[in-house]
Design a binder for this molecule. Structure first.
Ligand SMILES: Nc1ncnc2c1ncn2[C@@H]1O[C@H](COP(=O)(O)OP(=O)(O)OP(=O)(O)O)[C@@H](O)[C@H]1O
Ligand SMILES: [Mg+2]
Length: 219
């Protein structure tokens, strides 16, 4: 089962979601490969830091791949893992297209801001282009990340995302919460952070359980 976290907007929370998802799957006993397909290498840097802070007990395997290697190498590696989570850069690159070509699920965080939701049309076009050239189904799920505590921006963004006939909108927003940066600073996932931020953990696990329910879940 291959899940790509992507989109064509920088800073939407792709690496945060991809690393937390890999950690969550491993906490549930799943065997997971985290692929860093972004040349910024943030997921790789995070994993290196996690190796230090967790004394090597990272919980998942991590590799860095670029360009068409994302497709060719993951195709070779996927049978060794129950789950592959691919973190992509925030642009329409060869790496992101290569990831989508072999993925089962495309997970797309959107911040509830105009510049982010303005990319919806381009993302839809990308998904349709990929779907046209691959035999198997590619599920695409959007959700709001860094939702505001108040105000109308969340609803405006949700309305726009829900209109899409190309991506399914999951009404399971992740709030804008300090737990995400606090956990990352310690090389941890939000589901490992102490003291527990219950709201952040509940939001994250609801979203992940929903996404994983679309897989023939082994965990
Ligand atoms: N739900 C959240 N609440 C608070 N902060 C968040 C949340 N999600 C992400 N962030 C923060 O937003 C910033 C950008 O997140 P992240 O690096 O995951 O985005 P990205 O989409 O991977 O960026 P890039 O396009 O550069 O790869 C980080 O500082 C991260 O800690
Ligand atoms: Mg990133």
């Amino acid at each position: 089962m291959i899940i790509t976290v992507g989109g064509i907007k920088g800073g939407s929370g792709k690496t945060t979601v991809a690393t937390n998802l890999a950690i969550y799957i491993s906490q549930r006993g799943g065997d997971v490969l985290l692929v860093d397909a972004d040349d910024q290498e943030t997921a790789t840097d995070f994993t290196a830091w996690r190796e230090e802070t967790k004394m090597g007990e990272v919980g998942y395997t991590a590799v860095k791949l670029t360009g068409d290697q994302v497709r060719t190498q993951v195709a070779k590696l996927k049978s060794k893992y129950q789950y592959v989570v691919i973190d992509t850069g925030g642009r329409d690159t060869t790496s992101q297209r290569a990831a989508l070509f072999i993925s089962d699920i495309y997970l797309l965080p959107f911040n509830p801001r105009s510049f982010d939701v303005w990319t919806v049309g381009k993302v839809e076009k990308l998904i349709m282009e990929i779907r046209a050239v691959r035999p198997a189904e590619l599920l695409a799920f959007s959700f709001i990340n860094r939702a505001d505590a108040r105000g109308s921006d969340n609803n405006d963004a949700a309305e726009l995302l829900a209109q899409s006939e190309v991506m399914e909108y999951l009404e399971m927003p992740l709030g804008n919460r300090k737990a995400f940066s606090h956990a990352a600073a310690k090389g941890l996932g939000v589901t490992e952070l102490l003291p527990v931020d219950e709201k952040a953990v509940n939001e994250l696990t609801s979203l992940f359980n929903k996404v994983l329910s679309h897989t023939n879940a082994l965990i």
